[in-house]
Ligand binder design. Structure first.
Ligand code: 5GP
Ligand code: MG
Length: 176
């Protein structure tokens, strides 16, 4: 097997969009403390670039979770690593890499809402609305993309390509 990657969103476009999102968040949270929850592993680069443009007090948390389908269409949440400190009464910003079926984020939203934060904002770098199964919307979407498997800028294929500075479409071809 050999893999080809074609650029879908350039490094420059990502950079510009992150600045826009940061401006929006700086306006919204002016003078307030925020807790940013980065979902691992995919969102680590996006979160790192975004928080460095935030002008307010930021507390960072990291979480690793995925959703597995059971008998229910939305499946269940499997938490591999949760946050260290409670978020009760805090302004929380959840930073995701990609919203696909929406199962993971729907579960995460319920999980966080139970902890009664003061506010909860869902931010995703990418959104693939064509694949949505769960009823969930993000408050902030970086880019809406077609139903293609993407890698780079934190996103992997078999733990590879996370370090690419752009977002590309992975095309796996069989070698004849
Ligand atoms: P869902 O929204 O389906 O619950 O899951 C979203 C998760 O599936 C993402 O956080 C990511 O880990 C993975 N995922 C979905 N689409 C893609 C994609 O195009 N590329 C990569 N690398 N991961 C994806
Ligand atoms: Mg994710």
């Amino acid at each position: 097997m050999s893999e080809n990657i074609s650029v879908l969103i350039s490094e420059e476009k990502i950079k510009n969009r992150i600045s826009e999102i940061a401006m929006q968040l700086n306006e919204k949270y002016k003078g307030k403390k925020v807790t940013v929850i980065c979902t691992l592993k995919g969102a680590f680069i996006f979160a790192a670039d975004l928080v460095r443009q935030l002008e307010t007090d930021v507390r960072m948390e990291f979480l690793s979770a995925s959703s597995y389908r059971g008998t229910e269409s939305t499946g269940t949440l499997v938490m591999k690593q949760s946050i260290d400190q409670p978020i009760t009464g805090e302004n929380v910003i959840v930073v995701e890499d990609i919203l696909d079926t929406g199962r993971t984020l729907k579960h995460l939203k319920e999980y966080f809402t139970k902890q009664e934060p003061k506010s909860l904002l869902l931010v995703t770098l990418l959104d693939k609305p064509d694949r949505r199964v769960a009823d969930i919307q993000c408050d902030v979407v970086g880019f809406t993309i077609p139903d293609k498997f993407v890698v780079g800028y934190g996103l992997d294929y078999d733990q590879q390509y996370r370090n690419l500075p752009y977002i590309g479409v992975l095309d796996v071809q069989e070698v004849k």
